[in-house]
Design a protein around this ligand. Sequence first.
Ligand code: BDR
Ligand code: CA
Length: 346
Amino acid sequence: MPQQIFLDVDTGIDDSLAVLYLLASPEARITGIAATAGNVPAAQVAANTLAILDLGGAPPIEVALGAAEPLAIPLRTTEDTHGPQGLGYAELPVSARPLSARTAAELWVEKVRAAPGEVIGLCTGPLTNLALALRLEPALPRLLRRLVVMGGAFNHPGNTTPTNEWNIHVDPEAAKEVFDAFSAAPADRRPLVCALDITETIEMRPAHLEALARAAGSAPIEPVGPGHHPGWRSAASDPVIRYLTDAVRFYFDFHQLYDLGYLAHMHDPFAAAVALDPALAVTRPATVDVELTGTLTRATTVADWAGMWGREPNADIVIGTDPAVFFDRLVTRVGALARRLSQEPA
Ligand code: BDR
Ligand code: CA
């Protein structure tokens, strides 16, 4: 039986790799997608997501537009991280796939209610639409099989402020509502949280792109590096590899600009891999809350590891993984998907 995944994304370069990873995984079936405002506005997220579904040869999947703004504050987007449209240097054809007539929150509720105890929710963007869905259906924590969240920073600096991770920073009120909603969840329903502590160990490098191109049978193998002119575009024979080269190269350039090296942190595809196979991750339970009022620390995620608050754990935080195992899987799966698609008759 395939695993049903409901995806909530703010596509985004690394979100797009998460979508491709899931499409490339035979054990996964994406039941619906919420397009959440974050890296770029919600309408652009939706357009990017539909275009990625085309690129990945996806079957029809309902994609619903999320709220235009976070719950309580204006939207902040980050085109400097993800490119003018959110897909780096890549430009994909506009998809002919329709957008759902439902809101993202309605789609969340509808898909989870339709298969109680079976759906794995995967959030790789701000938690705005999941919070709205929880207002519509407070039983979601019990109805979901599991929730996996990319977000937060615990014993680790932030990537947006000294203590804030981006997804939580965009909508801290929503993040708090989500973690609060899981405070009564049984241990096997606690959200798995992939925070910066772990996702910044998931370093994609040019060699991974080359390995993907080889796995896909794409030619030529294009070594990308810091010397490339921003105007350079991939001429790879394989469309998926062409896309990945142009998208991820922007992410490499961005990380290099911030002195992190010529690499890219693959936060969201790692969370997707953990959603399908939690055995990839070593976890530790904790009680997680979100600071909403600190003048310097608003939107910081705080983990009480030792039970000092006297509250039950509401999250399993990923504290260990082997990044090489993840990258082997990414290369094998997405490479094979690209190869298969390029061999299909047009
Ligand atoms: C998260 O922020 C976004 O920019 C990425 O897509 C990822 O989900 C990492 O902090
Ligand atoms: Ca994201």
